[in-house]
Design a protein around this ligand. Structure first.
Ligand code: TOD
Ligand code: ZN
Ligand code: ZN
Length: 494
């Protein structure tokens, strides 16, 4: 899909489908701007007949016989004073879903003037791309119609938007990659295959890659990570990718939870705990590797970025973790495993200790960590835990710019009592109430306190059962766009 900005007057544009955003309240004035594409008397009548008032997400599709535009899709954007960039994203997504594969060239005409042109171009371009991606890898035949070939953002000055438009593709490729990693079933995306995927990006874009095998992890005394992995016939693979431009001023580490399958272990997932969905338990690592893919292509200057995944499976066999086992993480802390299904934090513990050894300016981890976070925030908002106000602000801004939901949650230190063990330094689960908070507090035990660190629980946002906005049902690729924005922002800091 090629996406470009074109200055043309709307009436000079040619293509097969035109998507036109209409503001509520000033329809008459807006109709006149389409006068040579569609006769305005006809248009006014159609708007009246269909009660189209331009309210948010209202749609009116008109097939045309004359001229080279075959179809115009009008989409309501609501009142001008309430218009947000997210409304453009939503409107573009809704309309994209109405465009069939035969209609190859699509034009989008929105009230761009209300926004910074680069941000608007990027937001709408991403929305179109991301809402039309279909994963057909596991179909024996390609049954779907071909995607849109070309998208033109009409009335945007290509002189002020070229760099923004050029970023749409690398960003969407990162999101697509993340979605594909998550949707890939656990018999395909194994810990080994995840390492292979990292190897592919490293080779393609020239990132440094280190894969630690089980023995190397043993040497580093990663007792928590290895304890989770040992219940599986598949070996763990600890992935460390590095992007380093010349003379970087900043250094950050992204850590992603990478459970290619989470059966729960001996605390087996039964009842409503959705064991059949647990291929998604590597959503954090998918966001991290998707970001690596995008960053490697965008090549921001000034910032070194490390991407870390302790990939493994949580399974059951004769040597799997027992509920009650006491294990030792690579920072020497002992953990009583009172629930084998709280395995994500065990793998992250050793990954965070490893991340701290890199002495970065900041660490951000992403994880499908707790059902409690899904209960609290649903599938549109991720939970953010950090003691660092500045980092919180940066990530919140980066997410908001991407249209990704995030909400800061409390790091309630007094709840640490919930993960106190009577026999070891810690136990890996606390009581059900506040379960996401104790999870964050557990992770905190493995981070050097002087390093700014944030934990993002994406158990809700990484997957959706709805088919809405930019996200077709299934894996969302959540986090990639936020992380890319954050890294770009950091790279600009002195
Ligand atoms: C938990 C600490 C972790 C586990 C999480 C996981 C739950 C699931 C769905 C609400 C529970 O009560 O079993 C919860 C609450 C909805 N389970 C979890 O949060 C055992 O899903 O396995 N992480 O690795
Ligand atoms: Zn689990
Ligand atoms: Zn898990």
């Amino acid at each position: 899909m090629r996406i470009s900005a074109v200055t043309e007057n709307i009436n000079d544009w040619s293509g097969s489908v035109l998507i036109a955003g209409i503001l509520e309240g000033t329809i008459e004035r807006q109709i006149s701007s389409f006068n040579t594409i569609i006769k305005d008397t006809f248009l006014s009548q159609r708007f009246i007949d269909s009660k189209f008032k331009g309210t948010k997400n209202q749609k009116l599709s008109i097939e045309l016989i004359e001229g080279n535009i075959k179809k115009v899709i009008f989409v309501g954007l609501g009142k001008a004073e309430n218009l947000r960039i997210d409304d453009l994203r939503k409107a573009a997504s809704i309309c994209t879903r109405q465009v069939s594969g035969n209609e190859r060239k699509v034009g989008i005409f929105f009230p761009w003037d209300a926004f910074d042109p680069s941000s608007a171009a990027c937001a709408v371009g991403e929305a179109v791309r991301l809402s039309s991606i279909k994963d057909l890898r596991f179909k024996s035949e390609a049954t779907d119609s071909s995607p849109i070939d070309e998208v033109e953002l009409i009335g945007l000055d290509p002189k002020i938007t070229p760099s923004a438009v050029a970023e749409i593709n690398p960003i969407c490729e990162g999101v697509k990659f993340a979605r594909e990693l998550v949707s890939a079933p656990p018999n395909v995306l194994t810990p080994y295959q995840m390492a292979k995927e990292a190897e592919t990006i490293a080779a393609e874009y020239g990132l440094d890659l280190k894969i630690l095998d089980k023995e190397e992890c043993q040497e580093l005394k990663m007792g928590a990570y290895l304890a989770v992995a040992k219940g599986s016939d598949l070996d763990p693979h600890f992935i460390h990718l590095k992007y380093s431009p010349k003379d970087p001023k900043h250094k950050v580490v992204l850590v992603g939870k990478g459970l290619t399958f989470d059966s729960g272990g001996y605390n087996l997932k039964v009842g409503a705990s959705q064991i059949e969905k647990m291929k998604y338990d590597m959503g954090g690592s998918a966001a991290v590797l998707g970001t690596a893919r995008t960053i490697a292509e965008l090549k921001p200057s000034n910032i070194e970025v490390h991407f870390i995944v302790a990939a493994c499976e949580n399974m059951i066999n004769g040597s799997a973790l027992h509920p009650g086992d006491i294990i030792t993480a690579s920072n020497g802390k002992t953990i009583e495993v009172n629930n084998t299904d709280a395995e994500g934090r065990l793998t992250l513990a050793d990954a965070l200790v490893y991340a701290c050894k890199l002495k970065p300016d900041a660490i951000v981890d992403l994880a499908t960590l707790t059902g409690a976070c899904v209960i609290a925030l649903g599938d549109e908002i991720a939970g953010l835990w950090t003691d660092n106000d500045q980092l919180s602000e940066q990530l919140t801004k980066a997410a908001s710019k991407a249209g990704e939901g995030i909400w800061r949650m409390p790091m309630q230190d007094s709840y640490k009592a919930g993960i106190k063990s009577s026999i070891a330094d810690l136990q890996n689960t606390g009581p059900r109430p506040g379960g996401s908070i104790t999870a964050a507090l557990f992770l905190k035990e493995f981070v050097t306190s002087s390093i700014p660190w944030a934990h993002i629980d994406i158990a809700g946002t990484c997957w959706t059962e709805k088919d809405r906005d930019l996200n077709p049902k299934g894996a969302t690729g959540y986090g990639v766009r936020m992380l890319v924005n954050w890294i770009k922002e950091m790279s600009q800091k002195p």
